[in-house]
Design a protein around this ligand. Structure first.
Ligand code: RNT
Ligand code: ZN
Length: 422
């Protein structure tokens, strides 16, 4: 797109928004500071690099599709990520999982991983100006096959996973120290059961015990921030999830940890946006896993739909952008994977921009005066406002492709790079 055209359209849009009561310049200043934690696992279908032939197994997670071009090595994944960062306006983080270490052909089990296995990522990240977040990987492993990890009644299995998470927090703190930015370490475990269990309490007692053991090691907040991710149900854990929302809410609040809300982990009719100002009454920060569930926690690519818009309206209306850590969590192997990343990440940034462009004062005034007609009518009018012109201008000042031009880059990358991977 041509810069002059972008600027002309932006100036008109700026005027229109101004008449409505919104300040586009201020919105763009705020948007510039937003950093998304880009999930490494979209690039290789959550396979990781423990062995050359690894794939996602169990845990109720599923990647469907076999579009060519999955990253098969760390080098390929980094190449793809560099493409992703080059097409996103702003500075964004990288979210790694423990299975993405550099194990150099050695068989290093999860209870053996060490910070040096991630040194390559840390160096690469420094070079790219990217900061790191981290996740323990408590799935795709024979000791997760029983359906229980941190809440297993088999003491050897439970201790194995405690050791793994312990090491992951140590690695996360190392990342935070090296990158001079606190690393968010998120714990999600697949624990649960397909059918009705007898002993819901027993496994929850054990999960709590494991977490207590894990968090007995403390790290400075400048290095590491811990979060806990709940879930409603998964494939194979339809009847019971040990780490339910109530469980982790209780644990996080009584132990000063962050709760992670994954937008795919609730009942499909629940409004995740509504949870933000409820949780943040009692906690200083929270982590969002932005995903799109279709009928279940299917991890579809995020698009600018009503759920995402209302989620970010709540983040922005509550002035919570500094308290909410934003991470992406979707995986789709049915189309170009780099393109998938961009669609999802750009959708989140657009949703935030849309929320920042609400004429908040005017809407609040209408609400406070009981003028619900004005409130609803304004919100409807906003939907047809030229958000795209402001977005294009933002992309162009941030020196990334504006409008649909980035699509050509993906098509070229698909042809010249990912499809050639065989
Ligand atoms: C699973 C959780 C979890 C994973 C990633 C790979 O339901 O959402 O966050 O998707 O850790
Ligand atoms: Zn998640």
């Amino acid at each position: 797109m041509n810069d002059q055209k972008i600027e002309r359209a932006y100036k008109q849009a700026r005027e229109k928004f101004k008449e409505m009561g919104s300040d586009t310049e201020k919105a763009l200043e705020q948007l510039k500071k937003v950093s998304l934690s880009i999930h490494c696992w979209q690039g290789d279908d959550v396979a990781g690099f423990e062995r050359p032939d690894t794939e996602l197994k169990g845990g109720g997670l599923q990647v469907t599709g076999n579009y060519p071009g999955q990253a098969r090595t760390i080098g390929e994944l980094r190449q793809d990520l560099e493409k992703v960062y080059s097409l996103l306006p702003g500075n964004h983080r990288l979210n790694l999982h423990a299975i993405y270490g550099e194990f150099k052909g050695k068989s290093i089990d999860r209870d053996q991983i060490e910070p040096h296995h991630f040194k390559g990522w840390i160096d690469w990240a420094k070079d790219q100006g990217v900061e790191l977040d981290f996740n323990c990987t408590c799935f795709s492993h024979p000791l997760a096959d029983s359906g229980y990890t941190l809440s297993s009644k088999d003491e050897d299995i439970r201790c194995f996973w405690v050791e793994h998470v312990d090491r992951c927090r140590q690695i996360g703190a190392f990342m935070g120290r090296e990158g001079k930015s606190p690393c968010v370490h998120n714990i999600w475990v697949p624990d649960g059961s397909k059918d009705m269990p007898m002993d819901r309490k027993g496994h929850r007692d054990l999960l709590r015990k494991s977490l207590d053991e894990i968090f007995s090691t403390e790290y400075p907040a400048e290095e590491l921030k811990d979060s806990l991710e709940s879930k409603l149900f998964g494939i194979g854990s339809e009847s019971y999830v040990v780490g339910s929302h109530e469980f982790y809410m209780g644990y996080a609040l009584s132990n000063q940890k962050m709760i992670c809300l994954d937008t795919g982990h609730f009942h499909p009719t629940e409004n995740i946006g509504d949870k933000i100002s409820a949780v943040l009454q009692f906690s200083d920060e929270l982590l969002l896993h932005v995903s799109r569930g279709v009928r279940w926690d299917s991890d579809h690519i995020v698009v600018l739909d009503d759920g995402i818009r209302s989620l970010f309206e709540e983040v922005v209306r509550g002035e919570y952008l500094n308290q909410v850590h934003l991470a992406l969590d979707f995986f789709d192997a049915s189309l170009n994977r780099v393109g998938a990343w961009i669609i999802g990440a750009r959708a989140v940034l657009k949703a935030i921009l849309a929320a920042l462009l609400e004429p908040r004062e005017r809407l609040l005034q209408a609400e406070n005066e009981g003028d619900y007609f004005t409130r609803l009518a304004l919100l409807e009018e906003l939907k047809a406002m030229p958000l795209g012109a402001v977005w294009d201008y933002f992309c162009s000042v941030m020196e990334v492709h504006a409008g649909p031009d980035w699509m050509k880059e993906i098509l070229r990358y698909d042809r010249n790079v990912t499809r050639k991977r065989g």
